[in-house]
Structures are given as C-alpha cells and as structure tokens.
Design a protein around this ligand. Structure first.
Ligand SMILES: Cc1ncc(COP(=O)(O)O)c(C=O)c1O
Length: 460
C-alpha cells in the first residue's frame, strides 16, 4: 500500500474520494456545489478553521458580532426575523424546531412524509403525532402537496395540537401552499414549522412561501454551494438566546467556522452572480422537462430546479447514467431525480442529454399504487425509539411492532412508522414497490413499557 508523501499510514477514505474527484464525473446530486469551487478568494478551509477564541464569536453563546450579522443577513434574505446557523444539517434544525415549537410531550400534526429526523424528534421529545396524509397523484406515481383543508380538519378535531410540521418541497420537488396552510394555523392558534431541507435556493428565485411559517429549516448543503451538513434554522417572533440555547442541545459544542463562513458566502453569492446562475438552472430544467418525460403535475407548484424524469425503470436508467459518469440524486421504480443548481453549465446539460440519449428506453412510466392506510400505532414513538430491538427475517415480520421506518421511494413516506404494527398488507405493498430488504428491526415482544435499555440483536 502506498502512503501519501509526509503521511505515516494508509488513507483509504481520502484515496477513494480523491479517485472519484479526479474521475471527471457529472454530479447532479448533493452537495449543490457539484464538486466545483465557488469563485471567492480566501475560502481556504484550514486557514478559516478557527475555534471560539475571543474574536471569532460563539454560535451557542452570545453569537458574537460577525456570526450574528451573518445570521441576520440570512434572515433578511428569506424574509424572516431570526436565523440560527446549523452545522448538524437539517437534522439538527428539525430537532431544534420541534423542541422550540412543541416542547416536551405535546401533540403535533406531522406530515406523514416527514424525514426520519422528525420521527426521531417525536421520540426524543415524547410527542404524540397526528399524521397528515398527502393525496396520491395516480398519474405521476408520487404524493401531492399537503392540503390546507386536511390541516384545517385535523386542527378542528384536535384542539390540543399547537404545532404543525410539514415538508416543502418534497424530494420530488412538490411544494405545498404554505401561505394557505399558515393562515389555517393562525386561525387555530397553532404554529407552523416547515422542513424546507430541499429548498434553500428557493427564496433567491423569488419564492416567498416560507414567510408564512414560524420556523423554517433549510439545508444549504443540499441545493446551494455549501459543504455537507451546513444548514439554517429561520424563525419569526422568537428570542435569539432561546434559539441558541435549544440549538446547542442538538449541536456540537465546536461548530465548524468553515461551514459557518460558507453559509455566509453562499448567501452573498446568491445575492450576486449565484442568483443569475440559479435562474439559468431553472431555465435549463424547463428545457429538459420539455425534452424528456418529466414530472409536471398540472396546477401544482414545483421547485423550478428539480428535474424528475419519468421512465419505465428509474433504477435501471440511474444505473446506466452512473456507468457513464453522470450521478443522479435518487431513483425509484418509475423516476430519476436530478438536482440542478447554479454550479451546472451548458456543457453539463449537453453531457446529461448525451448520456440520456445513450440509455433512454422508451416505455410508459411505471404506475405505482398508493400506499395502504397506516397500520395501528401500538407503542408511542418514544417507546419504539428506545425499545430493545431485534432483527427478524422479512417473512417473519407480520404481527410485530416496527422499531424503524419502512419508507420506500415512492411514496417517500413511511408505509410503516416506528411503534406501528406490521400487517401483511403493508409487507405485500412494500414488496410490490421493490422494497428489497431481507430483514428489519422490530421491538422485542417481551419489552416492558418504561424500559429504555437499547439491546442489539447479537446480545439476545
Ligand atoms: C425532507 C428532509 N428533511 C431533513 C433532512 C435532513 O437533512 P440533513 O441531511 O441536512 O441533516 C433530509 C435529508 O435528506 C430531508 O430530505
């Protein structure tokens, strides 16, 4: 094994990433910089990699002038009052946001299509979920937006709910009508949290929907040119000390200054040349949507830069693209999802088209059936999260209580959530959707409610 000059040991991860970086691939996935440098002088990781030293500020202390000013500029860019920088991704933001709005032991109306960070937050905060279903778009084979009427109905029947948490846009780029949902929440005295992990670029394309929320979480690393894990929590009418204190519960006490500096730079970039580059990315997405069968549901608002190709076998198309060095973000049985950003060029578009011409197979996009209604919840999310668990073969799962989410794409929502009883019909649906698992984690049947010891399968 060859060591790099000056190093006394092997570097397998660094080497494998270096090989990939030098392989001339086209990255149409996360992070949003797509492997290209941001044209700004001096963003040099080790030179900027400080700790709290008296002049650099303190994210979870008083902030410090420079951090606070940079956060304020972000809040202004999104049209919110406060901003907290996050270095633990939207995961940290979702945990912080739910802790701020719902506290401990409250009731939450939760988008059933939420990311697992929200399901984990239910467990950590001992929240009671009331799931908000999404309509199934039969023709497109994906879920549609959360309907304001669904939120209205849930709040009317459950006045104990004071927090609504929905994801917008979805992984497939579907936006919900946030101003209408926000108005419903205000009428019922509830607060709206939006997981906008996939939408950090949208405010710079003129989108104002996030301003209807009390808390918004954005992953800068997913669609902007920021490094992995850099994210933001934006809020309205909250006290900055409280944001910092609650955010610190879920964050490292050594938040990366390189990531925070990148958050500062990408915002400024989006206010200049970056904004234009993303508008061009939206035009590119439009062109590609016209050229290839793509997700374009009539009457629905979509992220203008999310390209979702509809095809007979999405997983096969994605594999063929990867063989040609083009990396999509995600695929499922009938779709390939590509994240287009301001880092892409006309040459990249030509390369993508060339690769698609090589492997596109005409065929009707595969229709996916809607998921069955959720199974009965027999343990609370908290009980399920911390319950001793064991791994059982897929064939033996029916009748057991899930310890993890079972969430194929599509529908991109958990068919089974932690604490719910696995029924035969859910297993059959998951198999039909090509959810290829040999085994899954279930809660130990003998587990007594109240125990919190986590036991691995091997220890049984
Ligand atoms: C909708 C949604 N929310 C939250 C997250 C968590 O984001 P992060 O990876 O920045 O922690 C993800 C990650 O994919 C996501 O898709």
């Amino acid at each position: 094994m060859k060591f790099h000059p000056g190093l006394g040991g092997p570097t397998p991860l660094y080497d494998s990433l270096l090989r990939l970086a030098q392989a001339n691939t086209l990255q149409l996935n996360m992070p949003g910089h797509h492997g290209k440098p941001l044209a700004v002088e001096g963003l040099w990781p080790s030179a900027l990699d400080f700790t709290e030293n008296g002049s650099t500020g303190d994210l979870f202390g008083s902030g410090g002038d420079a951090i606070e000013e940079a956060e304020q500029l972000w809040a202004k860019a999104v049209g919110m009052d406060q901003c907290l920088f996050l270095t633990g991704g939207s995961t940290q933001g979702v945990h912080t946001g739910l802790a701020l709005l719902a506290g401990i032991g409250g009731h939450v109306a939760l988008d059933r299509g939420s990311h697992r960070s929200a399901y984990n937050a239910l467990g950590l905060l001992d929240l009671t979920p009331h799931y908000l279903p999404r309509p199934w778009l039969e023709e497109e084979g994906v879920t549609g937006p959360i309907q304001p009427e669904t939120v209205e109905d849930t709040l009317r029947h459950h006045p104990e709910i004071k927090t609504i948490c929905i994801t917008s846009p979805t992984y497939y780029g579907v936006l919900s009508d946030l101003p209408a949902i926000g108005a419903v929440c205000r009428r019922h005295g509830a607060r709206l949290m939006v997981d906008g992990a996939h939408g950090a670029h949208l405010p710079f394309l003129g989108y104002t929907g996030y301003q209807a929320a009390d808390v918004v979480v954005l992953s800068a690393h997913k669609t902007l040119a920021a490094p992995g894990q850099s994210a933001l929590l934006l809020a309205r009418g909250m006290d900055m000390d409280t944001l910092r204190q609650v955010g610190s519960v879920y964050g490292s006490s050594s938040p990366s200054y390189v990531m925070m500096a990148a958050l500062d730079v990408v915002r400024a970039h989006m206010e200049g040349a970056g904004g234009l580059a993303y508008r061009q990315a939206a035009q590119r997405t439009d062109r590609l949507r016209l050229r290839y069968p793509s997700l374009r549901p009539a009457g629905l608002e979509l992220d203008p830069t999310r390209l979702v190709l509809c095809c007979g076998d999405g997983d096969r198309l994605a594999a063929s693209l990867r063989e040609q060095g083009v990396y999509p973000e995600m695929s499922d049985v009938g779709h390939v999802v590509l994240i287009l950003t301001g880092a892409d060029t006309d040459r990249d578009e030509a390369r993508l088209c060339q690769a698609l011409e090589q492997c596109w197979q005409p065929g009707t996009p595969r229709r996916c059936p809607p998921p069955p209604p959720p199974p009965p919840q027999v343990l609370t999310p908290r009980q399920a999260l911390f319950a001793p668990r064991r791994r059982v073969a897929w064939e033996a799962c029916a009748g057991q209580v899930a310890a993890v989410q079972l969430a194929p794409y599509p529908p991109g929502i958990p068919v089974v959530a932690p604490g719910e009883k696995l029924e035969k019909k859910h297993l059959v649906y998951l198999e039909e959707m090509g959810y290829n698992v040999q085994c899954t984690d279930v809660v130990l049947p003998s587990w007594e409610v109240g125990a919190t010891q986590y036991i691995k399968g091997d220890d049984l």
